[in-house]
Structures are given as structure tokens and as C-alpha cells.
Design a protein around this ligand. Structure first.
Ligand code: ADP
Ligand code: MG
Length: 668
């Protein structure tokens, strides 16, 4: 479609506003243009935080010589024709504002060669005046350079932060673009130093590797769901991958990087039990839905969207995200990283991205020798990255789910449907190595000789060794086995598996199991059990007041407590799963928790009561007997509960052979 000036009525409908706030907003607009132009390779280079110099080069479709000037006119766009199209936007740009806005506040130079043209053209625009430099030899695609941002607006320039900080914001922006467009190879160079270099092979996990490194890339959980006309796909990081802020939650709606409180809420609700209190899940999640059900024309910077049906979308997304986790086993004896998620060894770790605030404090100068080393490092990195790309190309895994054309909505939906039908019709597609909940009996000659050697079969037999086969009839033949090494510091159960040492925090595990049982019991409404003899307790005045405020929530969780006079209470019933154990520590722990929960809704208080009850039911430092350990392991293997305690702490850790060998410098 040729570039044209929109009619006045359409222009009026596009809300006015500022596009250029800082260098990062310029980078965002330029990259979006490159993506809309169908680029598969985009290089961003900046100097001094992009304030002095910023360049974006792409291999997209370029602009016809006759149209180059037009691209810089106000509200000139090739992406929509009239306001009608605003309801159905399929490109990242559509307002025709970015180029003229940038050109009004900085010196801009565009060199572009359209597909099929012999040569390119160069256009300089400065303070609204454009000069066509005529024909130039250049590759197909577009290079746009911006210099001296706000040179003619000193007030705005004064508001910019230090170059380091601005560079950090640009790095963040590029990182999001990498995560949202794994099919595009991005390179980001700041002051001569390569910060990111993504592969552009279409694999989201490789894009994550380019931004966050191996550990994160291999451990994020992959999700791909299609439901009610909406597809959600991407990766989520919980547990160890959780972060202390929401800065690492990258959301894309129909390929557009957005800030979205609604998606953050849905994600956090879905991951609540897998993330420690005060931490946030991280993600790179794509939501694909009909363009007509979302309004992207909310703000000139196009960073926010509005859903037609907010509540419906939030509930649906939360449900879909939750289902990504349910099929996992609490104790995963094998490797959690499926083979297709592993990142080839040859690749060096990319330079980690420091948060902008940290960057702003650092030294801004790069001396010559350092720069030289960095260039050398870069060369090595590029070579190695090439190796990776070569490797990746031969690796045709089922996870190549990332569509090759982010703006091709129909294509994405069709791809989503095909993939889901192929993998598991109507079900969550969790790309997780299937670890069976129950393990096979070992044949006699397979059994290890150590005295405390057990198999999961023994564990499955609930401590009664010898009758295992009847308990575990349908075990998978290739399931991993383990040997119980013993207990460490009266707190951790140590297991040896085929290629790893597993440390289980027995209290965290026990707490989670109790919590799950209690929750299930409550769902079945058979939670309370009368005590044979009611227990009398004396409380402090404050505790008494808290108790009286929350009697309803306590009753709902299975505790029947009756106040007796000023400060005495009688505990008549407790949740069934705690049996006839002394309920006093539980009650005190619950009251302590409730003291901070004044006006919290009943549902949330119930949850807190459950957590407090389970915590106190597990006494710290208790050594477990052999049969208790066996039972615990059997329970863990038999349940799909999250591998975290109800407060989000991990239940077990795996130290692989590779990690151990690295520790002893056997390998690098
Ligand atoms: P918008 O992206 O909203 O259309 P812009 O001001 O960002 O508005 O760009 C104006 C036009 O210039 C675009 O519609 C597009 O046709 C063209 N253009 C800008 N950047 C590029 C690029 N990197 N490659 C090809 N065409 C481009
Ligand atoms: Mg644009």
C-alpha cells in the first residue's frame, strides 16, 4: 500500500500526544517500523545512551525513492487508510507520527533501498527541513540514524537522565523486542559493546537465552493454550526464576509489547503458590486474540491496550496459565529441562542486562583497551552464536511454536490450533518431560547394593517394604530410580538419582502436602473433626480480640472454637487431617498470622489460616523416621502439587552431575 496523508477526520480520531519522551521511545518506534517492514534482522547501535547517536538498521522492505519524503510528513502512513481500520490493527505502527515527531526534535538521516531497486536513497531531516542526498549504494532495507536528541528543546534535554540510565532503558526495550520476536535476529551495541545478540531462529527459549542466559532459559516453563478464540503461549519463570519486581514480565498482545496490569494480575494469581511472598513471576507471554476485541489506540506510545471484556479476559487468561502447571509432579527425579529446551553448550553466556537504575550509577567511560577487548569478545561471541544457529537449525523440536510472522494473526491462530490438536486436543500443552508419578519395581539384579538403597517402589509401598508390586502396577518402564542417601542436618533428605543429587527440604515438603490435603478436605466439606476432649486455652487480650474477629474464617477452615469468658477459649474441632494432635500451637500460629489481616476478604484469610496451620503442624528440626521419609517421598511422587511450600519456598533442589563436576573443576 502506498504512503498517503490521512484525511483530517481520521487524524482527529487519532488521539494527539507525544511520541518521543526519551531515546528508548525512539528506539521502540524505529524497531516497530523495522518489524512492520518484515525485517528478519535488526541492529540497534547507540552511543552515550542514545542521546547523541542512535542507529537502527534493518533488512526489511525499504521505501520507494518517491515515497521517502512522504514518510516524514505528519500522519503519513502506509499501514491504515481510514479510521475504519483503527478497529482492526494488525501492524505495530498506524498513527504515522513517529518519523515526523523524531525529526522535529533531533537530526535524522534515513538511508533506504526498496526491494527490487538498483540503488537506495538518503534523506536528511533537521528541524523540519528535509534534504534529499540523492542515490546511494546500500543493501536492501533501511538504516535510520538519529543524532542530538532534543538539540532544539533544551528543556526536554535537561530532563533526560545520565547516558548509562538511558542506555539501560534502551537495553530493556530491545530485550522485550527480542522476547516478542524470536524470529528476528537482533543485535544491540552500546558504546561499541555488544549487549544482546539474538539468533532469530524462531525459538523463544533461544531468545530468552540471549536476554537472560542459560539458567533462566532452561528453567522457564513453557505454555501454549488455545481456548475460547484466544491463544496464550510463551514461557513463565517461577520459584528460583522469580524476580523482585515486575520489570521482567514481558507481555505481547498480537505481537505488540505492552504494559498490562490485567495480564500481570492474571499471571501473579496463577503463580501465587509458586513464587515466594514479595517476589514476582517473570515471563515472556504472547496473547493472540482477534484484533477487534482489543483497542491499541489508547496512547500515542501504544504501550497500553484496552480489552473489550476486561474481567472475562482476566479470568480466561488466569485459568489458562494455571493449567500450565497442574500436570507436573511435586518431586521430579529426572531432569526438568526437556531436551528441546536445552541450550547447546558451545554458546558463551551473553552479557547480563543490568537494571537501568544500577547502570546509571556505573562509570560511563569506556577506555580504549577495554573497548578493544570487548570487540574481540564480540567477535568470539558472534562466531559461537553462528555455531548455535547452525545447531538450532537442525534441531526441529516440537517447541518451534513461535510463529514466524508476529503480525499475521490468522496464521498464528491456525498454527496454535494445529499444534494443540497434534499434541493433546483441548488440553494444556506443557512441554515438560513427563516424569511418572509412580516408579517401576527394580529387577533383582538392578537393585543397588547399599544398605539404605530404596526405589520409588519401596516409597510407593508406604513404608511397608516388600508389597510394592501390588501398589504400583502401572509404572512406566523407563522411569528414573533413586537411592535414599540419608538425612542431612535433620532437615534435608538426600537422594541419589542417575545423574544428580537431590536435596529435599522435608519440612517444606511436608507443609505443602498437608496444605494440599487440607485444601482438598475443605473442598469436600468434611474438614472438621471433633476432638475427643475439647482443649482449653488461655489467650492474651489481643489474641482474644483477633479470634473474635475471625471466628467465621476459622470455622470455615475446620476449627470450631468457642470463647469462654474474658480470655479463655475451648477448641472443640480441628481440621480432620491433623487428627488428635495438640491444636494449641496451630491456634497461636493462626492468630499471629491473622493479626496482620484486618479487612482482608474471607477467602484470603482462609488461605492464610491454612498456611499457618500447616506450618505449625510441621515442627522444625524434627528428624523423620525411615518410614516417615518413605511415606513423604511416596506422597510427593503421587501428587501434582507445586514443588514449593505454600509460601513459595522450593521443596527440593537438584545438583546435577555437571554442576558437581564443575564444582570440582573436572569440567569448565
Ligand atoms: P507508522 O509506523 O505509524 O506508519 P511512522 O512515522 O513510524 O508511522 O512511519 C511512516 C511510514 O514510513 C511507515 O508507514 C512506513 O511506510 C515507512 N517506514 C518507516 N520506517 C520504515 C522502515 N524501517 N522500513 C520500511 N518502511 C518504513
Ligand atoms: Mg512507526
Amino acid at each position: 500500500m502506498p504512503i498517503r496523508v490521512l484525511d483530517a477526520a481520521t487524524v482527529g480520531k487519532i488521539a494527539a500526544g507525544e511520541v518521543v519522551e526519551r531515546p528508548a521511545s525512539v528506539v521502540k518506534e524505529f524497531i516497530e517500523n523495522s518489524l512492520d517492514a518484515g525485517a528478519t534482522s535488526v541492529t540497534v547501535e547507540i552511543r552515550e545512551g542514545g542521546i547523541d547517536y542512535l542507529r537502527v538498521t534493518d533488512n526489511g522492505c525499504g521505501i520507494e525513492p518517491a515515497q521517502v519524503r512522504m514518510a516524514f510528513e505528519n500522519h503519513a502512513t502506509s499501514k491504515i487508510v481510514s479510521a475504519e481500520n483503527l478497529h482492526d490493527i494488525r501492524t505495530l505502527g498506524f498513527r504515522g507520527e513517529a518519523l515526523p515527531s523524531v525529526a522535529a526534535v533531533a537530526r535524522v538521516e534515513m538511508t533506504t533501498r526498496a526491494k527490487g531497486q538498483e540503488t537506495g536513497v538518503r534523506l536528511r531531516v533537521e528541524g523540519g527541513q528535509s534534504t534529499l542526498a540523492g542515490e546511494v549504494g546500500c543493501p536492501e532495507g533501511t538504516t535510520i540514524v538519529m543524532r542530538d536528541l532534543f538539540f532544539n528543546l533544551p528543556v526536554r534535554r535537561a530532563f533526560l537522565k545520565k547516558p548509562r540510565y538511558e542506555a539501560g532503558l534502551i537495553a530493556d526495550c530491545v530485550a522485550r523486542m527480542i522476547l516478542g520476536n524470536p524470529q528476528v535476529a537482533f543485535k544491540f551495541v552500546s558504546n561499541g559493546r555488544t549487549v544482546y545478540h539474538s539468533f532469530g531462529d524462531g525459538k523463544l527459549r533461544h531468545a530468552i537465552f540471549a536476554v537472560y542466559g542459560r539458567e533462566t532459559a532452561e528453567n522457564m516453563v513453557e505454555i501454549d493454550r488455545f481456548e475460547g478464540g484466544m491463544r496464550i503461549f510463551g514461557c513463565i519463570g517461577v520459584g528460583e526464576q522469580a524476580k523482585s519486581s515486575r520489570a521482567h514480565q514481558a507481555f505481547f498482545i498480537n505481537g505488540r509489547s505492552v504494559r498490562c496490569a490485567l495480564l500481570s494480575q492474571a499471571l501473579e494469581a496463577a503463580c501465587r503458590e509458586r513464587v515466594t511472598v514479595g517476589m514476582y513471576p517473570m515471563c515472556a507471554l504472547n496473547l493472540v486474540l482477534p484484533p477487534t476485541s482489543v483497542d491499541v489506540n489508547v496512547h500515542p506510545n501504544k504501550l497500553e491496550v484496552r480489552f473489550r471484556d476486561e474481567t472475562g479476559t482476566r479470568i480466561a487468561v488466569e485459568g489458562m496459565l494455571k493449567s500450565a502447571f497442574v500436570t507436573r509432579t511435586m518431586l521430579e527425579l529426572g531432569r526438568t529441562t526437556p531436551p528441546e529446551s536445552r541450550i547447546p553448550e558451545v554458546v558463551v553466556e551473553p552479557v547480563p542486562n543490568l537494571p537501568p537504575a544500577e547502570k546509571s550509577n556505573a562509570d560511563t567511560k569506556t577506555d580504549v583497551s577495554k573497548a578493544k577487548t570487548e570487540v574481540d569478545n564480540l567477535k568470539t561471541e558472534v562466531c559461537k552464536n553462528k555455531t548455535l544457529v547452525a545447531n538450532c537449525k537442525t534441531d526441529v523440536g516440537t517447541d518451534s511454536s513461535v510463529p514466524s510472522e508476529s503480525s499475521d494473526f490468522i496464521g498464528q491462530l491456525q498454527l496454535a490450533r494445529r499444534q494443540l490438536d497434534r499434541v493433546s486436543p483441548g488440553n494444556a500443552h506443557v512441554l515438560q518431560e513427563g516424569i511418572p508419578a509412580r516408579l517401576p519395581a527394580l529387577s533383582e539384579n538392578e537393585k543397588p547394593a547399599a544398605p539404605r538403597t530404596q526405589t520409588a517402589t519401596d516409597a510407593g509401598a508406604s513404608g511397608a517394604k516388600g508389597d510394592a508390586p501390588s501398589v504400583l502396577p502401572d509404572a512406566a518402564p523407563s522411569a528414573p530410580e533413586f537411592r535414599i542417601i540419608g538425612t542431612l542436618l535433620k532437615t534435608y533428605i538426600l537422594l541419589e538419582t542417575q545423574d544428580a543429587l537431590i536435596l529435599i527440604d522435608q519440612h517444606a515438603a511436608h507443609e505443602r502436602l498437608q496444605y494440599e490435603k487440607l485444601k482438598r478436605a475443605l473442598e469436600g466439606k468434611v474438614a472438621a473433626q471433633q476432638l475427643l476432649t475439647p482443649i482449653l486455652m488461655r489467650l492474651s487480650g489481643r489474641e482474644m480480640a483477633i479470634l473474635e474477629d475471625h471466628l467465621d474464617a476459622l470455622r470455615e477452615t475446620g476449627y470450631e472454637v468457642v470463647p469462654f469468658g474474658e480470655r479463655d477459649i475451648q477448641v472443640r474441632a480441628v481440621p480432620m487431617i491433623f487428627g488428635q494432635a495438640d491444636p494449641r500451637p496451630q491456634i497461636l500460629s493462626i492468630l499471629d498470622t491473622l493479626s496482620n489481616l484486618g479487612g482482608t476478604p474471607l477467602e484470603a484469610r482462609r488461605e492464610q489460616i491454612l498456611q499457618a496451620a500447616c506450618k505449625s503442624a510441621v515442627k522444625a528440626g524434627d528428624a523423620l523416621s525411615d518410614s516417615e521419609i518413605t511415606q513423604l517421598l511416596a506422597d510427593m511422587l503421587a501428587t501434582g502439587a507445586p514443588p514449593t511450600c505454600p509460601h513459595g519456598r522450593p521443596v527440593f533442589k537438584r545438583l546435577t552431575r555437571r554442576e558437581i563436576e564443575k564444582m570440582f573443576k573436572r569440567i569448565q
